[in-house]
Design a protein around this ligand. Structure first.
Ligand code: ADP
Ligand code: PEP
Ligand code: MN
Length: 532
């Protein structure tokens, strides 16, 4: 039996996926929720939100992600960072997954990935869970209903949590698998219910395809000035550094919270919704995001709630620290309808420094920006990846290594050229620790980070006095209205200044050791910006 709205010429059968018992095409939110309730996938929450638990997997499984190695990808994929899978193993995985799907029920959503019609890809997501369908409708961009009648997918994702991979037969690492095949234009996901794999697998696909079209794909959030889409800003950052939180700024228009492209036309969101962390989410610090947790259809993942009142407990991280909510962009009152804006005037690189060494904001020269982009220093935050239980310092190149199929310099060179061409001002912002390292100091107050960003984005920060940081050579403001002076100088925030100097020296060494791998590929000015 089929239900919903489908292009009659592009059913699953037309893609060679036959024998699935019940297929629901492009159901809208109410029907997806009805189905999810019927299948016992979760519970209704306040305001008609939908609350689910994802079981064992509450974050990404980057080690289980594979790319198929073929003549197309052999010389273009960065294999040190992407686990290879043989084409034959992928074919077996596909055949076994299709066999597994026979006689079952699946939900299909046909969506666009990319707000710019020139660069978007048509993606079909086939999911076993009705609530994954709901998530996908929030996260990607929805074609008009009548356009579904002619929709043909460029790429197809099949997400089947009940399918367990066999490492021997399928050439993967465990029962859990995320396998990307650029020749067959297929992505297969098995044995994880974490919804984020759906969106990040499409992101990885775009990160491979777009550089060939001259578009820089970026792990960043974005917003622009009210009434002035030409004055846009992007915020690079690995998971947990503040992309979602800081881009939702009451005084600016939100483009998106996670994935954007930068073409010759400007920037555009890949997605149509946001996926925010809800741990300690407060109506005071993040009113707009908080409000989405009681709106119709918002997907609430892995949160503890009162069975009677359905009140969410934002403090209870007993299921995971990576608890989340997913909602469409228009649930944020000042979101852009087009999700397109001009070339970024400001580029912010968010880092969550668990050592408490980096200042809350620093201005970077273009060469320093390249240096920090390739380095991607930050911390992996608790719960965001399997096995990460506390903040763990890491160098994640391009502020998103797990999603980068190509070599870092491919993205680095695109960014360098675009900065040179459009003259963006670059900033490094530490949203991590202040007053000591993780375990001693505290997380940077959001209020201070927001005040600094406001000053950077409205241009007023350009007028203040700057000092040169002795460890990293970038410029740090000395006095910013609304921010305690002491916070601007991390050395002064530590009780033990000798301890600070020692930790700073250690971090400088970590940076230069890590950067050695890039020295053969980079320009002289970036080499000069490199420390050591
Ligand atoms: N100074 C700060 N800046 C940004 N986020 C902060 C700060 N201090 C604490 N946080 C918290 O850190 C988390 C940032 O997560 P999020 O914005 O979802 O990151 P990302 O989107 O980059 O994965 C949120 O839970 C936020 O409340
Ligand atoms: C969805 C994710 O993105 P982020 O944490 O950057 O919001 C993720 O890393 O799983
Ligand atoms: Mn985010």
């Amino acid at each position: 039996m089929t239900s919903g709205r489908v292009n009659p010429n592009f059913r699953l059968e037309d893609q060679g996926i036959a024998g699935v018992e019940n297929v629901h095409y492009n159901l809208l939110e109410p029907a997806l929720i009805e189905n999810a309730l019927r299948l016992g996938e979760g519970a209704l929450g306040r305001g008609g939100s939908f609350m689910v638990e994802t079981g064992k997997f509450t974050g990404r499984s980057p080690k289980d992600k594979h790319v198929v190695m073929s003549d197309t990808t052999r010389d273009t994929i960065w294999w040190d960072n992407n686990a290879a899978m043989e084409p034959e193993a992928f074919d077996r995985l596909y055949d076994d997954m299709i066999e597994h799907m026979k006689g079952r029920e699946y939900f299909v959503q046909d969506m666009y990935a990319g707000a710019d019609p020139i660069y978007r890809e048509n993606v079909r997501l086939v999911t076993e869970l009705a609530w994954h369908g709901l998530f996908i409708r929030h996260m990607f961009r929805r074609p008009d209903r009548e356009d579904l009648d002619s929709f043909v997918a460029d790429y197809t994702v099949i997400n089947c949590p009940s399918f367990k991979a066999d490492p021997e037969r399928h050439g993967c690492r465990s029962e859990t698998v995320i396998a990307v095949n650029f020749d067959r234009k297929l992505i297969l996901v098995g044995s994880t219910e974490y919804a984020g794999e759906n969106k990040k697998s499409i992101f990885s696909m775009l990160n491979y395809l777009l550089p060939e079209k001259g578009v820089m794909p970026m792990h960043c959030s974005a917003n622009h000035a009210v009434g002035n889409p030409v004055d846009s800003a992007i915020f690079f950052g690995l998971s947990g550094t503040g992309k979602t939180t800081l881009s939702a700024d009451p005084d600016r228009i939100l483009l998106g919270d996670d994935e954007h492209g930068w073409s010759e036309r400007g920037i555009f969101n890949f997605e149509g919704g946001c996926y925010a962390k809800t741990i300690n989410l407060s109506p005071e610090a993040e009113p707009e995001i908080y409000a989405t947790t009681s709106k119709f259809g918002t997907v609430i993942e892995n949160m503890v709630y009162d069975a009677d009142t359905r009140k969410l407990d934002f403090k209870d991280d007993s299921l995971t620290a990576n608890m989340r909510c997913a909602y469409p962009l228009d649930y944020i009152s000042n979101a852009s309808a087009t999700a397109i804006a001009g070339h970024p005037k400001n580029i912010i690189m968010l880092t969550c420094d668990a050592f408490g060494v980096l200042p809350p904001i620093a201005r970077l020269t273009p060469a320093q920006a390249m240096y920090h982009f390739l380095s991607g220093f930050t911390s992996k935050m608790a719960g965001t990846e399997r096995g990460i239980t506390e903040a763990q310092p890491t160098f994640s190149t391009c502020f998103g290594a797990p999603f980068m199929p190509r070599r870092p310099e491919v993205y680095g060179n695109l960014l360098r050229d675009k900065i040179a061409q459009h003259g963006a001002t670059c900033w490094l912002v530490n949203t991590g620790w202040t007053g000591g390292a993780y375990g001693v100091g505290s997380r940077m107050p959001i209020k201070a980070t927001r005040a600094l960003l406001t000053a950077a984005l409205d241009g007023s920060l350009s007028d203040v006095e700057f000092r040169k940081d002795p460890n990293f050579g970038f410029e740090v403001p000395v006095d910013v209205p609304g921010v305690p002076d002491v916070l601007l100088d991390p050395r002064r925030t530590w009780n033990d200044t000798a301890g600070y100097d020692k930790q700073a020296a250690k971090l400088v060494t970590m940076f230069s050791d890590n950067f050695e791998q890039y020295l053969p590929f980079i320009d002289e000015d970036v080499k000069a910006a490199a420390i050591g």
